[in-house]
Design a binder for this molecule. Structure first.
Ligand SMILES: *Cc1c(COP(=O)(O)O)cnc(C)c1O
Length: 377
């Protein structure tokens, strides 16, 4: 008996499939990585500076400083601004832990501002309300690939003389009124964690800025505050980007816009297929924004049941993020309670990311949308 063709009822759709992307680029990546290995210039080899220039140009920034992760980008940015004890930094309670974790690690206090329920990004009015005499900076997060309301945030920052560190870990390539993610604030921080839309072969990150003097400070802080060698004017860390990562990422950067376009196409298809499923809300992208859909996040009151059901249908999903930062055990001493940031908390209870990666086929997208609708029948 012939093996039956895989039926539409038994398709596998992982949340992310990085193997396809690698297979398509291996012929470009392997020689570049081999060249780094042959040179043995594994730390700060020429590929690092070349990739920094390419990212600066891509993000429309004067400077780019490669670092060891998105987390270290945020940490290094805070250190370069000398933010520390007695300072407060306003950020979102609905983001990956690193955003607030870095504020804490420099000794400052993370102060949360609730989100806009349509975009999941910080609400500027809530930011303004959270400002105190100790506030030094605002850290907006461009969640899921859509930028925060940067004109409003920059206006608040100017009025109160605050720095703005864009957590652009999920948004390289996104724009807001035609301006690139990372290029508007005092600094922008990118992550090259493998599952991000520009993913490395391990950890990596980048800080971009329009300020040449600040870039110089960032370069010192990423290398133990050392300048010249073995003379330390300030205390930094080892936040360097490996040469191998830079070579690998430089090849991928050339494909980023094409991948982002595919993600947007996939998103548009999901949104049209799910339009007649009132139990599910699809992402809302503001007219001034172009999202790169690092994630495609739907909302439903029956989130956990839907996630389980999709799992039984071979569909990978993830919850970004199930618990808001103000409710995390490690920030207990901040004294927050459930209900302090109700819109973020409601989002945490309702969001579900479904597969959106560029290599998805239309057949897979139709299968996922059909399974979601079947769940609600
Ligand atoms: C991924 C991520 C980070 C941290 O980046 P790493 O490279 O994993 O250290 C920080 N903030 C947000 C919003 C992220 O999604």
């Amino acid at each position: 008996m012939a093996t039956p063709a895989p039926s539409a009822s038994s398709m596998q759709v992982p949340l992310l499939d990085l193997k396809q992307q690698y297979a398509a680029l291996a012929h470009e990546i392997l020689p570049a990585v081999e060249q780094v290995l042959a040179s043995q210039m594994l730390i700060n080899g020429p590929a690092v500076g070349e990739f920094e220039k390419a990212v600066a140009a891509y993000a429309h920034c004067a400077q780019a400083v490669g670092v060891s992760s998105g987390t270290d980008a945020l940490l290094c940015a805070l250190m370069a601004l000398c933010i520390g004890p007695d300072d407060e930094v306003i950020t979102s309670p609905f983001t990956f832990f690193a955003t607030a974790g870095c504020i804490w690690r420099v000794g400052a206090k993370p102060v949360f501002a609730d989100i806009d329920p349509q975009t999941f990004n910080m609400n500027p009015a809530a930011i303004e309300a959270a400002i105190t005499p100790r506030t030094r900076a605002i850290m907006p997060v461009h969640l899921f690939g859509q930028m925060a309301d940067m004109d409003a945030i920059m206006a608040i920052a100017r009025r109160h003389h605050l720095a703005v560190i864009e957590d652009a870990a999920q948004s390289i390539g996104a724009t807001y009124r035609g301006r690139h993610s990372g290029s508007i604030g005092t600094m922008g921080c990118f992550s090259f964690f493998p599952s991000k839309n520009l993913g490395g072969a391990g950890d990596g990150g980048m800080i971009v800025t329009q300020d040449n003097a600040l870039a110089q400070r960032l370069r010192m802080f990423r290398n133990h505050g050392m300048e010249p060698k073995y003379y330390h004017a300030c205390i930094g860390g080892n936040f360097r980007l490996d040469t191998i990562q830079a070579a690998y990422l430089h090849i991928k950067l050339k494909h980023l816009d094409a991948w982002s376009a595919k993600r947007r196409e996939n998103a548009a298809l999901y949104t049209s297929l799910l339009a007649d499923c009132p139990a599910v809300s699809t992402p809302i992208i503001q007219p001034e924004n172009v999202s790169i859909f690092n994630q495609y996040v739907i909302r439903t009151a029956k989130r956990d049941e839907l996630k389980n059901y999709l799992g039984t249908r071979g569909i990978g999903t993830e919850i970004y993020y199930p618990l808001c930062l103000h409710q995390q055990e490690c920030f207990k001493s901040l004294g927050h309670r459930a209900g302090d940031f109700p819109l973020a908390e409601q989002a945490a209870a309702e969001v579900l990311a479904i597969p959106i990666y560029p290599e998805l086929t239309h057949q897979q997208i139709h299968y996922v949308a059909r399974a979601i609708k079947e769940f609600f029948l």
